[in-house]
Design a protein around this ligand. Structure first.
Ligand code: CMP
Length: 413
């Protein structure tokens, strides 16, 4: 089933709202929020980026003096157009907000209010401010205010950075560790500023005459920025400077390490949930116990493919096998093609026989596959023999079918 059909099906269950309205609304919500990963959302994403880029360029150019009249008019027109697109987007997002699973337990009005007050809603509102500013002819004459509002459009780039949410979660998860490093940072900073204040103030009263002035030097040195506008002259001051520089590198390395580890852990958790959602669609896995299932989920990767995508090519070496969570593929066998659907698998023969692929496999619909790499396959063979036995049984049947040339009958796996 194509991904957007899920939301259609959900939409059709809404009793009081006419089915067509709800279908359109869920499709718009999916496209605007990239939840379906389909072509509509890809198109919207590209259009949004182009509009945003054109808008920001126009605002930047509007600050240039002495532009010819026609260029000024063109810039004002582009700004109006971009603001109008964002106005329509805001209206659509507000209308489609009740489709968000986050507001599933709310009434339509309350869902819209919650969305309007969310960071995305507030950014959307700020982005349409230029439309109002323009309507009181701010762009042509008093362009500063309009330009200020227009630069809020840059916040809309956040829509294209799903990792922003991840970053916020990582910072929240690691707040205790980050706070400890920050405290170390402050201790080194204040100690270094105090020490240099004592050592340097007599020689350089302008640069180190007060603790705040010495703090400026400590910040510039500890963050390894090193403008070089103020430098210690005494031996003791230079020694403190050396310690601060080395500490700066250590503190930054610690921060980077904490954030990098947090990011990779968060990504692993998200991937785990993504895989879990897809694994339950494959009956072969659903039959396994929870413990065994959680073991295999950690080894599978989710991949989405468009129709007519060649997943496996005949005669190429095989490094993975695939389970179909959604969609359909065609196995191009010499005699007749065979179609495999949700719950089926392929690519196992190259791993079992350690031979090149014996057929080319192409998607016929938008397809979601769970990929199991060879190394993990062999590991699972040792841990979950029942699963591999089922795969081997089907591989034997396929081998016989190919040898006997009995034609193409898609058997349910
Ligand atoms: P592999 O040889 O790794 O790559 C091509 C795949 O096509 C193969 O593994 C099987 O998974 C699949 N395949 C080969 N023959 C058949 C068949 N008769 N029916 C269904 N799938 C097949």
């Amino acid at each position: 089933m194509p991904p957007h059909c899920n939301s259609w099906a959900k939409a059709l269950k809404v009793g009081s709202v006419p089915a067509t309205t709800s279908t359109l609304r869920s499709r718009i919500h999916a496209a605007l929020n990239h939840t379906d990963g389909g072509s509509e959302s890809q198109r919207w994403r590209s259009l949004h980026l182009v509009v945003l880029g054109a808008g920001l360029l126009a605002v930047a150019l509007s600050s240039v003096d002495d532009l010819p009249q026609f260029a000024q008019r063109l810039i004002a027109f582009v700004i109006v157009l971009v603001a109008a697109v964002f106005l329509v987007e805001y209206g659509l997002r507000l209308w489609a907000a009740p489709e968000s699973p986050r507001y599933a337990d709310r009434t339509e009005g309350s869902a819209r209010l919650r969305w309007a007050l969310s960071p995305a809603g507030l950014i959307g509102l700020l982005a349409i401010m230029p439309a109002f500013a323009i309507s009181v002819r701010a762009v042509a004459a008093e362009s500063d205010l309009a330009a200020l509002f227009c630069f809020l459009w840059i916040l809309k780039l956040g829509v294209h950075a799903p990792a922003m949410g991840t970053l916020a979660r990582v910072i929240s998860n690691e707040r205790a560790t980050l706070a400890s490093v920050l405290i170390i940072f402050i201790i080194v900073l204040v100690s270094a500023a105090t020490a240099t204040y004592f050592f340097e103030r007599a020689q350089q009263p302008d640069a180190f005459g007060s603790l705040p002035a010495a703090l400026w030097w400590a910040v510039v040195t500890l963050t390894t920025t090193g403008y070089g506008d103020v430098v210690p002259h005494t031996i003791a001051g230079k020694m403190v400077g050396s310690v601060v520089m080395v500490s700066g590198i250590l503190v930054l390395a610690l921060m980077t390490g904490i954030l990098a580890t947090g990011f990779s852990e968060e990504e692993r958790r998200r991937e785990y949930l993504r895989v879990w959602d897809q694994v339950v669609k494959v009956p072969m896995f659903a039959e396994l116990g929870t413990v065994t299932l959680s073991e295999i989920v950690g080894k599978l990767r989710v991949r989405h493919y468009p129709p007519r995508f060649v997943v496996v090519r005949r005669d190429e070496p095989g490094d993975a096998m695939f389970f179909i969570a959604e969609g359909e593929v065609e196995v191009r066998l010499p005699r007749e093609p065979v179609r495999l659907r949700q719950g089926g698998f392929f690519g196992e023969m190259a791993l079992l026989d350690r031979l090149p692929r014996n057929a080319t496999i192409v998607t016929t619909l938008p397809t979601t596959l769970l990929v199991l790499y060879a190394s993990d396959f062999y590991e699972i063979a040792a841990h979950i023999p029942s699963l591999v036995a089922a795969v081997e049984k089907e591989a034997r049947r396929r081998r016989l079918e190919n040898l006997g040339g009995r034609g193409a009958v898609a058997k349910p796996e």
